[in-house]
Design a protein around this ligand. Structure first.
Ligand code: PLP
Length: 396
C-alpha cells in the first residue's frame, strides 16, 4: 500500500460515506493548481464548488487571515468587534444592498433567508399565522440542513429524512407562468438559483429573472436569489442576476467565494426595511460575523473587485467554451455556460471521464450523472485554459 492508499483507507475507516471522492489525496494548493501527496500536480476545475474563485491561498486573503489571527479571532455577537462593520459595509456596497446579516455556511444563510421572508410575511404583509408559503424550483440545491432538504425535489436528498419543514411550493425552473400561477395570498417569497449549479449548470430562458422580478413586485412577494454558487464573479458578472439588468432581487443569499476558499463566510443582504424584521434574540450564530471571518470576507471581496475577476470570467469562459466546441466530439450532447461556469453534457456517465481527466492532471466532478462541471478558479490564465481544452480533447 502506498502513502495515498494508506490515507484513503484510514479516512474511509473512520469517516461517514456521505461523499464519494475521486481517489486523489491533496496536500498543497496554490492559485489554480493543487498537488497530491505523491507530488503530482492538477488543475483544480471544481474550485470547491466555486468557493475558490480567488484561487488557492490568495496572498492577500492569507495575509488578512494571519494579521487578524494575531489580534482577535472570536468575540461572539454578545460584544461588538472592530471588523464586522467594515466587512458588511463593503459587502453591501459591492452587491448594492443596504444591510447584511452574516452567517457561516451557505445552508445557514438559506435558513436565515427563509426566516426573514416568513417574518416579513407575518409582520409586514399580514399573512395569517403559520400559513406562509415560499415558492422554490424543482431540481434546486439550497444545502443539506433539514429545511434546505425540505426545499429540495431530489428524492436522493430527501429519502429517509422526513418529516420535512412545510411551507414550500415547487414549480418548474425557468417557467415564469408556473411561478405566477403558484402565487397565493400566503406567498411570502420566491426563492431560486439564477443558474442551477448542482442540477448540472441549468440556465433558465432569457428574461426569466426579469419576469420573476415583475411577478414578485406585482404580488407583494419577496424575490430572493440564492447566489451562493453563482456569486462573486463566477458567471462573468459580479452577481449572476446582473446578466438581466432589470432583475435586482429583494434579497441575496451569498456564501462560498465570500470566504475566499479560506474560511466559511456566508450572508444574506437585503434592504433596511426587510432586515428590520429581525429583533434581538430572534436569530443568531455563535461564530457568525467573527473578526477572523470578517477580515477574510473583506479581503475575499477586495480580490474579486481589484483583479476584475468578473471580466476574466467572461473572457476566459468564452475562450473555454469555444475551445471545447472546437473539439467536435460526437459523445458531447451540449456545452453550456456563463463565464467560467460551464457544463459539458455527454451521452453516457461522466464519472469515468472525470477519472481519466484526473490521470491527465485535471480535477473535476460529474454532476447529475451525465454532466461534467468546469468551474476553475477565476485567476486562471488563457494558456491554462488552452491546456485544459487539450486534456479534454484527449479524453473525449
Ligand atoms: C453550496 C450551496 C449551498 C449550501 O452551501 P453550504 O456552504 O454547503 O451549506 C446552497 N445553495 C447553493 C446554490 C449552493 O451552491
Amino acid at each position: 500500500m502506498n502513502q495515498e492508499q494508506a490515507i484513503i483507507a484510514q479516512t474511509e475507516a473512520v469517516s461517514a460515506r456521505n461523499y464519494k471522492p475521486l481517489p486523489v489525496v491533496l496536500h498543497r494548493g496554490e492559485g489554480v493548481w493543487v498537488w497530491d501527496v505523491e507530488g503530482r500536480r492538477y488543475l483544480d476545475c471544481l474550485s470547491a464548488y466555486s468557493s475558490l474563485n480567488q484561487g488557492h491561498r490568495h496572498p492577500k486573503i492569507i495575509q488578512a487571515l494571519y494579521e487578524q489571527a494575531e489580534r482577535l479571532t472570536l468575540t461572539s455577537r454578545a460584544f461588538h468587534n472592530d471588523r464586522m462593520g467594515g466587512f458588511l459595509e463593503l459587502l453591501c456596497k459591492t452587491v448594492g444592498m443596504e444591510m447584511a446579516l452574516p452567517m457561516n455556511t451557505g445552508a445557514e444563510a438559506v435558513e436565515t433567508a427563509v426566516k426573514a421572508a416568513r417574518k416579513w410575511g407575518y409582520t409586514k404583509k399580514g399573512v395569517a399565522p403559520g400559513k406562509a408559503e415560499i415558492i422554490v424550483c424543482n431540481q434546486n440545491f439550497h444545502g443539506r440542513t433539514t429545511t434546505a432538504v425540505a426545499m429540495s425535489s431530489e428524492s436522493g436528498s430527501r429519502e429517509h429524512f422526513a418529516p420535512f419543514t412545510p411551507g414550500f411550493v415547487h414549480v418548474p425552473f425557468g417557467d415564469a407562468a408556473a411561478m405566477e400561477a403558484a402565487i397565493t395570498e400566503n406567498t411570502v417569497a420566491v426563492l431560486f438559483e439564477p443558474i442551477q449549479g448542482e442540477a448540472g449548470i441549468v440556465i433558465p430562458p432569457e428574461g426569466y429573472l426579469t419576469a420573476a422580478r415583475r411577478i414578485c413586485t406585482d404580488n407583494n412577494v419577496l424575490f430572493i436569489l440564492d447566489e451562493i454558487q453563482t456569486g462573486f464573479a463566477r458567471t462573468g458578472h459580479l452577481l449572476c442576476h446582473q446578466h438581466e439588468p432589470e432583475a435586482k432581487p429583494d434579497m441575496l443569499i451569498l456564501g462560498k467565494a465570500l470566504g475566499g476558499g479560506v474560511y466559511p463566510v456566508s450572508a444574506i443582504a437585503t434592504s433596511r426595511e426587510i432586515m428590520s424584521v429581525f429583533q434581538p434574540g430572534d436569530h443568531g450564530s455563535t461564530f457568525a460575523g467573527n473578526p477572523l471571518a470578517s477580515a477574510v470576507g473583506a479581503a475575499a471581496i477586495s480580490v474579486v473587485l481589484d483583479e476584475d475577476l468578473a471580466e476574466r470570467s467572461r473572457e476566459l469562459g468564452t475562450r473555454l467554451m469555444a475551445g471545447l466546441r472546437g473539439i467536435g466530439s460526437p459523445i458531447v450532447t451540449e456545452i453550456r455556460g456563463r463565464g467560467l461556469f460551464v457544463g459539458i453534457e455527454i451521452d453516457r456517465p461522466a464519472r469515468p471521464f472525470c477519472e481519466a481527466l484526473m490521470q491527465r492532471g485535471v480535477l473535476c466532478k460529474e454532476t447529475h450523472e451525465h454532466v461534467i462541471r468546469l468551474a476553475p478558479p477565476l485567476v486562471i490564465e488563457a494558456a491554462e485554459i488552452d491546456w485544459l481544452v487539450e486534456q479534454f480533447a484527449a479524453v473525449l
